[in-house]
Design a protein around this ligand. Structure first.
Ligand SMILES: *Cc1c(COP(=O)(O)O)cnc(C)c1O
Length: 230
């Protein structure tokens, strides 16, 4: 077994344990392996190990990597980082899911791209909620979540699937994830089917599972340390 295969297997079994401890089924959890900064060859290795969901956070890098892996046609590419509105059209070419929808300009750009190209499939989107006190961080402010979700729900080429969050570094993740559950309830009051919660990274996926996460974005625990990026 390669080191990568071992780390993936260990992570999967820890996810199962955390799900069992929370009285949940691991079948309801989607593991997204975050491959940012790693080469396309790593995506291929993961594919051979059964991974069908990968996450990327920079458009340029993701776009090239997805192109290099175009033959892996049942791989789902999740865009999880900040996305500039002028890259929205290009991102829809490879990403099936955007986790980081957090402002009107991006919403408008993603929707326009979909309207302009009727051959594009519907795009699944999570609304990212900012859990920090710093409004400069990614994510919509919680007080604007309901109004923004109504706008997203009205878009005809986007499918609102739930909420996404990154736990702040300086706070107990379990406390932060309580606020994600609240945000999830607010979004479901507008779109009842938007029940997914994208939360949990290498260091806090256990707490995220306990708090109801359905989509885990796990990078370094599986891929090993990220190569430095210039
Ligand atoms: C990098 C990244 C992750 C994965 O982080 P790890 O600590 O390596 O597991 C998850 N979510 C987002 C938004 C990221 O940018």
């Amino acid at each position: 077994m390669t080191a990568l295969a071992q780390r993936l297997a260990d992570t999967r079994s820890e996810i199962e344990d955390a799900a069992a401890a929370a009285g949940r089924s691991a079948d309801d959890l989607t593991l997204i392996v975050v491959t940012k900064f790693h080469p396309a060859s790593l995506v291929r290795e993961l594919y051979d190990l059964g991974v069908r969901n990968v996450g990327e956070n920079r458009h340029q890098e993701a776009s090239l990597k997805a192109e290099e892996c175009a033959d892996l046609d049942d791989m789902t590419w999740h865009f999880i980082g900040q996305l500039q509105s002028n890259k929205a059209r290009a991102a829809r070419q490879y990403a099936s899911v955007v986790h980081s929808l957090d402002r009107e300009s991006l919403l408008v750009a993603l929707e326009r791209a979909g309207l302009d190209d009727p051959t594009l499939p519907m795009l699944d989107v999570f609304v990212q909620v900012n859990l920090t006190a710093d409004p400069g961080r990614g994510g919509i402010e919680p007080e604007n979540l309901v109004a923004f979700s109504e706008q997203v729900a009205a878009a005809s080429t986007l499918n609102l699937v739930g909420v996404m969050s990154v736990a702040p570094l300086n706070e107990d993740p379990a406390r932060a994830f309580d606020r994600v559950q609240l945000a999830s309830e607010q979004v479901r009051s507008i779109v009842p089917g938007a029940s997914f919660i994208s939360a949990g990274m290498s260091h806090d996926f256990v707490e995220a599972i306990a708090a109801g996460a359905t989509h885990l974005r796990i990078g370094s625990k599986i891929t090993g340390e990220r190569p430095l990026h210039g």
